[in-house]
Design a protein around this ligand. Structure first.
Ligand code: GMT
Length: 380
């Protein structure tokens, strides 16, 4: 199989969100391995790498009076076709199916045979679990998957859900998410000082976009029950405004216990400063945030939902409890606060597991092997 550098188009949502972060990191890693990367989206991805071999092609959406709702899918597909033609893309790899996979299939069809890139679709979560159930989206997603050259999911759970909800009968390859930590820019002590952590206070970290399925209500209920009250601070790195939750923070008397930072880019600074992670999602296909914490030797407590048990082995690299059992979750957090030795042991094992199974060195070659395989197959 040829080992020439590949030209890869990557499309994702550029905003804060797991699928965009993963696509961006993948672009950075592929470019570092000598491949040419073309991001195609309405804005440069949130954490887009700078450097040679990385290009960004904006999609412009015009609003016409005729349209009640602006359309993104068609301009995206036109841009995908244009970039593919101009740069001779080998692969269009779309992250999050809606509407990216449909746009890629259309872009491919617009190009003459011999100029058509292979389409790889990676399903990240709500594209299957939420939109896949929606009769207004499900059939279009199933169609785009049927016509992709390869389909991947970020967990075995997602693979099962895709088969169950979308009736996909084609092979689906599970390629787990990965994360590469960047060296923190500030010391652990400096970050803890900034957050106002007193000596002996444990730093509980929660990172998310605060969407409904992250269940911030359960997060706050869990920490409100932690005893003693002065043993911790909950630090929330919020990918959206936390304002809608402030009233509940006050109602639970957590005003002095909760510290919020919005739209933080230097997440590694905070990850290295944390003692434990806390996640209360009712559904996750993987939970990149848990993996990010694991890389810094920080074990997490969470509900055992979706793909989370594929990331965390309970009692070895973190603590998982059944969904909704906030009392058990509070006990798990209290155990980790009270026993720094247990925390350190779980954290060491978590870091090892993250590096062994979910590092760029392990995962990126799997995407590359997939690209080479689809490129070697006859063009559609
Ligand atoms: O929930 C998010 O943070 C965003 C969302 C997305 O699609 O961008 O995350 C999904 O993809 C992440 C990356 O693969 C996974 O780690 C998350 O578990 C998944 N979220 C859900 O399925 C709810």
């Amino acid at each position: 199989m040829s080992s020439r550098p590949l030209k890869i188009g990557l499309t994702c949502y550029p905003s804060v969100g797991g699928s965009g972060i993963l696509a961006t990191e993948l672009g950075e890693e592929l470019a570092a391995r000598g491949h040419e990367i073309h991001f195609i989206s309405y804005e440069p991805p949130f954490r887009m790498p700078a450097g040679p071999r990385v290009f960004f092609h904006p999609v412009t959406v015009n609003s016409y009076d005729l349209f009640k709702y602006p359309d993104y899918t068609l301009p995206l597909s036109v841009k995908m076709a244009e970039v593919s033609r101009r740069h001779g893309l080998d692969v269009l790899h779309v992250h999050y199916a809606v509407p990216h996979a449909t746009a890629a299939i259309l872009a491919r069809a617009m190009l003459p045979p011999g100029k058509r890139p292979k389409v790889v679709t990676t399903l990240h979560g709500t594209d299957t679990t939420l939109l896949g159930r929606d009769p207004g989206y499900g059939p279009a997603i199933a169609h785009a998957l049927q016509h992709s050259d390869a389909i991947t999911t970020v967990s075995e759970y997602m693979r099962r859900e895709t088969v169950r909800l979308l009736g996909v009968r084609r092979p689906i390859e599970v390629i787990h998410n990965f994360f590469e930590p960047h060296p923190p820019r500030r010391s652990r002590a400096a970050v803890r000082r900034e957050l106002g952590l007193a000596a002996g206070e444990a730093m509980i970290l929660h990172l998310s976009n605060l969407r409904a399925l992250k269940r911030i209500d359960l997060l706050l209920a869990t920490v409100a029950a932690i005893r003693p009250r002065n043993s911790f601070k909950l630090v929330i790195l919020a990918g959206a405004s936390f304002a809608p939750f402030q009233a509940e923070v006050r109602r639970l008397g957590l005003g002095r216990r909760v510290v919020v930072r919005e739209r933080v880019t230097a997440i590694d600074d905070y990850l290295q400063a944390a003692d434990l992670g806390l996640f209360t999602s009712e559904s996750e296909s993987f939970c990149l945030s848990i993996l990010e914490a694991m890389n810094f030797g920080c074990p997490s407590c969470a509900f055992a939902v979706g793909g989370i048990p594929e990331v965390v082995t309970s009692a070895r690299t973190g603590l998982l409890v059944p969904f909704g059992d906030t009392a058990a979750l509070t006990r798990a957090v209290e155990t980790l606060i009270a026993h720094p030795g247990v925390r350190a042991q779980l954290g060491r094992a978590a870091r090892l597991r993250a590096r062994r199974h979910f590092s760029a060195a392990v995962i990126v070659p799997r995407y590359l092997a997939l690209y080479r395989r689809v490129c070697a197959a006859p063009r559609k």
